[in-house]
Design a protein around this ligand. Structure first.
Ligand SMILES: [Fe+2]
Length: 397
């Protein structure tokens, strides 16, 4: 969907889109009351359903107005909810479409317009984004998220460690700094160690096809004939039984036919970070499954740097450049193709009929260390561009 059309939709709402976003921050009220909408909206989608999520500070009644972006807000769904986090499904959506939506609460309080895409029925080329480790330096996260929001992507996957700790103030910082991105596309996170398996994570996100704790610890969806799988790699919280259950589920899910298979979780199996060094136990358990089930690429976070490693034809990408403190990597490990440190970044993944292109998009250069320091914005020229051709085993250097 071209941006010009989206701006047209913004005008449909009564004012040009950028102006609307500027004058009506999240939860702004025309009556001057304290805003009821304190978080969101954000979305997740399945085959024909989108879930609109938001948090309100008090009981409210309102409307979700929505419709295909080229037609405007043609439908509406009324709701009446108590204070707290809510997930409202919109059903019977068109496949392969871009939708616009807005939440109206009470008299006059309205969210800026948000967008989500629905998966196509067959194959259509598409883009998705991946990033992770957005904790601690939320102003840095905002730089990355704002850049990502301008991408014509179908959705974004977050590889975990959204927040430093799962407390209300931190979640507020995360949602404020991710605001433009969450309005631009659907959001699928996997859980990091910093979320501490806390109930707040499970309350905030409604994820498709999911299982495990609260039915949300691992998830899967298909985008046309392409398979996406999100896992929990926090073995300390899973325990032996949880890890066994998840791994059995994983084997079954990856057995299905798909044009490409993408897997996401927090802790990289392999890493040049000398302090972390990868996860040998999970590597023994999961790498043979990824190799034997034809997984195209695995995306992780946890290490606050970028690394691309190939093992037995499986591409492993570590993307932990969403804002968290940066630090240096050590000597490259077996299979490392490319690594970069001290660079805020995200990944742009273009899915074509017979190939997948992964681009590492730099946003800014940041000092290595826990302290604030000079941040040098970088242009969007990718630091690494890598094409994975379907059916051709990856060359190991
Ligand atoms: Fe982590």
């Amino acid at each position: 969907m071209p941006r010009s059309t989206w701006r047209h939709v913004g005008r449909f709402l009564g004012v040009a889109l950028p102006v609307l976003a500027a004058v009506l921050p999240v939860g702004a009220s025309a009556r001057g009351d304290a805003p009821a909408l304190v978080k969101g909206p954000w979305t997740a989608v399945t085959a024909d359903t989108a879930v609109i999520s938001f948090e309100v500070s008090r009981p409210v009644s309102g409307l979700i107005e929505y419709g295909p972006a080229d037609m405007g807000l043609t439908a509406s769904l009324p709701f009446k909810v108590g204070g707290g986090i809510h997930h409202i499904p919109l059903a019977d959506l068109l496949p392969g479409a871009t939708y616009v939506y807005s939440i109206e609460i009470g008299s006059g309080e309205r969210s800026p317009p948000g967008y989500f895409h629905t998966p196509p029925e067959g194959f259509t080329p598409f883009l998705f984004l991946v990033y992770g480790d957005t904790r601690t330096f939320y102003a840095r996260h905002h730089m990355v998220a704002r850049r990502m929001a301008a991408e014509e992507a179908s959705f974004v996957v977050h590889t975990g460690d959204l927040v430093t700790s799962p407390i209300s103030r931190e979640w507020n910082e995360f949602f404020a700094s991710a605001r433009e991105l969450l309005l631009a596309m659907s959001f699928f996170p996997v859980i990091g160690n910093h979320e501490r398996n806390h109930f707040s994570y499970y309350r905030l996100f409604e994820l498709p096809g999911a299982g495990g704790k609260a039915g949300e610890q691992w998830w899967t969806f298909r985008w046309g004939d392409v398979l996406f799988v999100g896992l929990d790699s926090n073995t300390q919280f899973l325990g032996v039984t949880g890890l066994r259950e998840e791994t059995e589920w994983l084997k079954g899910i990856l057995s299905q036919e798909a044009r490409f298979k993408f897997v996401f979780f927090h802790h990289p199996l392999f890493s040049s970070d000398p302090h972390y060094g990868g996860n040998e136990g999970l590597a023994k358990l999961w790498h043979p499954i990824f190799r034997d089930k034809g997984v195209t690429a695995v995306f992780c976070g946890h290490v606050h740097a970028y690394e691309h490693i190939v093992r037995d034809g499986v591409h492993y990408f570590t993307t932990g450049g969403g804002g968290a403190p940066a630090y240096p990597l050590g000597e490259p490990v077996e299979g490392t193709l490319f690594a970069a440190e001290g660079i805020l970044h995200y990944l742009r993944v273009s899915v074509e009929e017979n190939a997948v292109q992964v681009e590492m998009i730099p946003v800014a250069k940041v000092p290595l260390g826990e302290e604030e320091g000079e941040i040098i914005p970088l242009g969007g020229e990718p630091l690494e561009v890598f094409r994975i051709e379907a059916g051709i085993p990856a060359a190991v250097p």
